[in-house]
Design a protein around this ligand. Structure first.
Ligand SMILES: [Zn+2]
Length: 351
């Protein structure tokens, strides 16, 4: 979907041309929502928030929902109505009082000029008489330049009336402590496995794919969606099927392992994730080896590989192989020879 923004010099307004995001549209993060709703109902909305938590758990979505909520015109609301003129402007990414400050195209950092321009704008009251909401995401990456952070700090110290800053960050480390101290910190938590599964299923993934992706997404819908766009599942299937078809005593086993290791090593950034998926397969084997129910198996598309692989190892040997995968992942993170690490690992996985 094209990004629709209104621009004024270096500032960008309005967000993406998605439908209006309400609180109820944001998956999980009930405590954060409640905190924001309560503060509003008690007329104690802070002038600056720091949404802090892992990537892909809903910080930006909730910032957009909050901007819509603050400006919605319905009395006594606990969420945006979606119908009033303000909500409609928000829905069309056309609200003049919702500002998103992000690095200009091709740059990694917000510039001092952008903050200066923002300040000029903040010297006027909000256009629509509601709240002006300024969102700055990932500030530990986009605002590392001291003079930019200091310039923003001055604004946070003397906040303009009816202006609410929403800053987001994965962690407070790396942010000027004086900025953190001016903000109300709102913690965001990893989402439950069930919630991530639910989102992926709603996106159209099969139950089997959703289970596997949610298992390695570390509670992040964003990460799960990124993983789902890749061919990780297919690669891990080819590797598992390849390993099951080989045995150490057969002719050509060494070459077979070599080919699989080369194939795995070609993965650019996500070889560690491929091995994470291999761990899930071993865990399925452990469930079977310890007499657990098939209902608990995760890798639905690898069922056919379980009977032959179950013949190879007992629970203790499976546990050793889990440790080998963890060790291989550690080596890969330290830039060891990728193909070699995989060869050694895969040799231990053939019968
Ligand atoms: Zn409304």
């Amino acid at each position: 979907m094209p990004e629709v923004t209104t621009t004024s010099g270096n500032l960008r307004f309005g967000g993406k041309a998605l439908s209006l995001i309400k609180f109820r549209d944001v998956v999980g993060q009930e405590k954060a929502k409640r905190m924001l709703q309560l503060a509003f109902s008690r007329q104690k909305t802070s002038h600056a928030y720091l949404f802090q938590g892992s990537s892909g758990v809903g910080k930006k979505s909730l910032a957009q929902a909050f901007a819509a909520f603050l400006n919605c015109l319905e009395d006594g609301r606990s969420d945006s109505c979606g119908q009033c003129p303000s909500c409609r402007k928000m829905a069309s990414a056309n609200h003049p009082d919702f500002l998103i400050i992000e690095p200009e195209r091709g740059k990694a950092q917000i510039s001092i000029d952008q903050i200066r321009e923002l300040k000029k704008m903040l010297s006027y009251p909000p256009v629509e008489a509601g709240y002006r909401v300024v969102m700055i995401s990932d500030i530990q990456q986009t605002m590392i330049r001291k003079e930019v952070a200091n310039s923003l700090l001055k604004t946070l110290e003397e906040p303009p009336l009816k202006t609410v800053f929403v800053l987001t960050a994965v962690e407070a480390a790396g942010i000027l402590p004086t900025i953190v101290s001016r903000c109300q910190v709102v913690p965001f938590y990893p989402l439950s496995y069930e919630l991530v599964c639910g989102v992926l299923s709603a996106d159209g993934l099969s139950a089997g794919q959703a289970y596997v992706m949610a298992s390695i997404a570390e509670g992040s819908v964003g990460k799960a969606r990124e993983l789902a766009k890749t061919d990780l599942l297919e690669t891990r299937k080819q590797i598992v099927e390849g390993l099951v078809s080989l045995s150490q005593t057969q002719a050509g086993a060494v070459e077979g392992v070599f080919v699989l290791a080369e194939q795995a090593a070609q993965r650019k950034d996500d070889l560690v994730e491929v091995l994470e998926l291999l761990q899930l397969w071993i865990k399925d084997l452990m469930i079977l080896a310890s007499g657990g129910s098939e209902d608990y198996l995760i890798n639905h598309d690898l069922r056919h590989t379980l009977p032959p692989a179950s013949q190879r190892w007992n629970v203790e040997q499976l546990s050793e192989r889990l440790s080998m995968i963890v060790e291989a992942q550690r080596q890969l993170r330290h830039n060891c020879n990728r193909a070699f690490v995989c060869e050694v690992l895969f040799w231990a996985f053939i019968g």
